[in-house]
Design a protein around this ligand. Structure first.
Ligand code: FES
Ligand code: FES
Length: 166
């Protein structure tokens, strides 16, 4: 099959590759670039495990062809840590608040939460739950994921997360 040239920026690095027109972005990231943080859960746009940030939007990379991302600026979980190598506040939040169990959903969940906090730095609990509603988690029951995102929002605002009394 004829291949097309694509160029994009992935986690701050310029990438130039030949791809088949049928190649999905998730396969391109995982197989051509060895970025295996974004996971493949359903390949039908339901689970959100494959979520990446593309030109300032959360996208499910199983629903995008690599050729459609030509020229795009993409962030995956591999690019989430701070430039000095310290964890992003969201990564810290998921660790501190036990926001994961098996971890399969976590890269997509954190990447989605990243865009959510860019758009709304101080979301309510309800806004967080709506914001991550495209990302499924089979393990946690979501409560600690919400807390992890609240932790990160507070940390990014220079504050300390106070858990609500139960
Ligand atoms: S693998 Fe893309 S939404 Fe499930
Ligand atoms: S931690 Fe297992 S699917 Fe979310």
């Amino acid at each position: 099959m004829a291949k097309s040239q694509v160029t994009m920026t992935v986690n701050g690095k310029a990438v130039e590759q030949l791809v088949e027109p049928r190649t999905l972005l998730i396969h391109f990231l995982r197989e051509a670039l060895n970025l295996t943080g974004p996971h493949i859960g359903c390949e039908t746009s339901h689970c959100g495990a494959c979520t990446v940030d593309l030109d300032g939007k959360s996208v499910k990379s199983c629903t995008v062809f690599a050729v459609q991302a030509d020229g795009a600026d993409i962030l995956t979980i591999e690019g989430m840590a701070n430039p000095d190598g310290t964890l992003h506040a969201l990564q810290e939040g998921f660790r501190e608040m036990h926001g994961l169990q098996c971890g399969f959903c976590t890269p997509g969940m954190i990447t989605r939460a990243y865009r959510l906090l860019q758009e709304n730095p101080n979301p309510s609990e309800a806004e967080i739950r709506i914001g991550i509603s495209g990302n499924l988690c089979r393990c946690t029951g979501y409560q600690n994921i919400v807390k992890a995102i609240q932790f990160a929002a507070a940390r990014l605002a220079g504050a300390t997360f106070q858990e609500a009394a139960e």
